[in-house]
Ligand binder design. Structure first.
Ligand code: SAM
Length: 212
């Protein structure tokens, strides 16, 4: 029997596709991963709205359309080694784990990071691992990465993180533009110190808080 949540997930994915997402692997992962289990219980009925939702500690699970855009832009394949900075609820980590080979993530709020790790273990996303700490310096021990998603807004281009890209690797990061929001950038590593920068969209994320 198809549950109400399964149906509302399908509606959410139809909406995301109608807004321009074309990557079938991303859409399939979004159909499969139960977003309703990544939000607080009293929010479950809103879990498939195309909106960010509060997850506690002043943080949010990001808007599904933006999540789809970021993962699609990162061009992740089944062999990819991937990093997410700002794991929050673990929802993006779960999506990435359906698409990539290995997923490394980092979250600065211990309570959120531990809850996300337990959730991923319970749901069986075994190729993903969340560490608690400051992700503004990336995760050098697991680099180089084919793709890096930064899910919080950086004041400027995070230099240490981009150096953890493999050659040809893609970093997707919202970088502060003005008081009203950020430019979502795709930074592709072309050589040792050679990066292409493209702006994908105007977005609004909670800030990246950390040394790097
Ligand atoms: N992708 C997450 C999800 O699927 O639920 C939502 C990310 S939320 C918009 C941004 C997250 O980045 C917050 O949980 C916040 O605590 C975290 N964050 C901010 N600065 C950080 C840092 N320096 N290192 C690690 N996490 C950080």
């Amino acid at each position: 029997m198809t549950s109400d949540f399964t149906r509302s997930r399908e509606r959410m994915v139809d909406l995301i596709a109608s807004r321009g997402s074309r990557d079938e692997r991303v859409l399939a992962a979004m159909r499969e991963v139960p977003r309703e289990l990544f939000v607080p219980p009293h929010m479950q009925d809103f879990a498939h709205e195309d909106a960010p939702l509060s997850i506690g500690e002043g943080q949010t699970i990001s808007q599904p359309t933006i999540v789809a855009m970021m993962i699609e832009a990162a061009e992740i394949g089944p062999g990819s080694n991937v990093l997410e900075v700002g794991a929050g609820s673990g929802y993006v980590v779960a999506l990435l784990s359906r698409i990539a080979r290995n997923v490394y993530a980092i979250e600065r709020h211990r309570r959120l990071g531990e809850a996300a790790s337990e959730r991923l273990a319970r749901l069986g996303y075994a190729n993903a691992e969340i560490r608690i700490g400051d992700g503004s310096k990336g995760r050098p021990e697991a680099a180089p990465f084919d793709a890096i998603l930064v899910s919080a807004a950086a004041a400027e281009m995070p230099e240490t993180i981009r150096q953890q890209l493999a050659m040809g690797g893609r970093l997707i990061v919202p970088v502060d533009e003005d008081i009203a929001g950020q430019a979502l950038q795709r930074i592709t590593r072309r050589g040792e110190d050679d990066y292409d920068v493209e702006t994908l969209a105007k977005v609004q994320f909670v800030p990246l808080v950390g040394e790097g």
